[in-house]
Design a protein around this ligand. Structure first.
Ligand SMILES: NC(=O)c1ccc[n+]([C@@H]2O[C@H](COP(=O)([O-])OP(=O)(O)OC[C@H]3O[C@@H](n4cnc5c(N)ncnc54)[C@H](OP(=O)(O)O)[C@@H]3O)[C@@H](O)[C@H]2O)c1
Length: 306
């Protein structure tokens, strides 16, 4: 971690904000935000020092990037004061992609190149700070995919490359063909989904010294709405810790739980509400002690550790 709390992703200077703004749900609300509203949201995020924005070509049925780009064009800040992340390779069945007869993946050189060009155009930028392969593709030809990714870096269209939802073995395969290190693996984890602690993902990240990005860090909101035993137990444990440390929000403690892990997890926040983003930013200044951390794990798993 650098002195200002940012997370270094590559040796040549790419870093992300300690928490990242996830754009997946940008168009989810009934009232679709116009470009001015998106520009205001970008400004609010940057004011909170959320300078890194996580996208994918498919978000909002292939429409989020362009809506965000329209807001970005109106936003008054400088392009090099933020980081734009996007992803490719998921092919959705969508009216916006009539050629996709079914959902599938595509890591071919032709698709990666075309998808990045569309992302650049949608986002009104001439480079992505980070491109991720969204999901492992069983038909990935590692040599072809790596050559395509390396070419994007050489051309300057992409500053760095990473993956998402890859197992350590899938990560290693692609990494073995690249002339540079993969910058991250964006994986699912939260106080409700703890598999990454034991499935080797976080061990791999620490061994190779990359910071994993974490999606759905609040379980996609089910932390607050879920009616299962696990969710109720976790809410009670978060509330107990919040009372101990004087935090006013369960989301703040749930994010602090992720930040406590030594692998330098980078949570990608999904809320579109600046006041909720502001509450979660407070997690950066919280260090849970071991027993607080384990109390939340115990509540999630429904039993004490062995
Ligand atoms: N790589 C992948 O495969 C993958 C998959 C999924 C997501 N992602 C990335 O991860 C990002 C985050 O995922 P996510 O949206 O599922 O994240 P999340 O933070 O787990 O969930 C966000 C949802 O929780 C709701 N929420 C309810 N109460 C909240 C509270 N008190 N504080 C904060 N949020 C609250 C938010 O609603 P409001 O907006 O109303 O606050 C929002 O709908 C996405 O935007 C995307 O960039 C990546």
């Amino acid at each position: 971690m650098s002195h200002d709390g940012r997370i270094a992703l590559t040796r040549d200077g790419l870093s992300l904000s300690r928490l990242v703004f996830g754009a997946w749900r940008l168009l989810d609300s009934a009232a679709r935000p116009d470009a001015e509203a998106v520009a205001r949201l970008i400004g609010s995020a940057v004011d909170l020092r959320l300078t890194s924005f996580d996208h994918a070509d498919i978000y909002g049925n292939y429409e989020v990037e362009a809506a965000f780009g329209a807001g970005l064009a109106r936003w008054k800040g400088k392009r090099d004061s933020i980081e734009l992340i996007s992803k490719c390779d998921i092919m959705l069945k969508s009216p916006n992609r009539p050629d996709n007869r079914l959902k599938h993946y595509d890591t071919s050189a032709a698709h990666i190149a075309a998808s990045v060009d569309r992302s650049l155009s949608n986002l009104h930028t001439d480079y992505l700070d980070l491109l991720l392969l969204h999901r492992p593709d069983p038909l990935m030809d590692a040599d072809e995919t790596a050559t395509a990714l390396a070419g994007l870096v050489t051309s300057g269209k992409v500053r760095a490359v990473g993956v998402s939802n890859f197992t350590p073995s899938q990560f290693d395969l692609l990494a073995s063909r690249l002339p540079f290190a993969l910058a991250t693996n964006q994986i699912e984890m939260s106080v409700l989904k703890t598999a990454a602690l034991t499935d080797g993902s976080l061990d791999h990240a620490q061994r190779l010294a990359y910071a994993p990005m974490i999606w759905s860090p609040l379980g996609g909101g089910s932390l607050f709405t879920g009616k299962e035993g696990r969710e109720a137990r976790v809410r009670a444990a978060l509330a107990a810790v919040a009372a101990e440390i004087g935090a006013s929000d369960l989301a703040t403690v749930a994010i602090a739980w992720l930040l406590r892990h030594p692998a330098q997890l980078v949570p990608v926040l999904g809320s579109m509400k600046p006041e909720r983003l502001a509450a979660m930013i407070k997690a950066i200044d919280i260090v849970l002690d071991r027993q607080q951390w384990f109390a939340i794990l115990e509540a999630s798993e429904g039993r004490p550790v062995a």
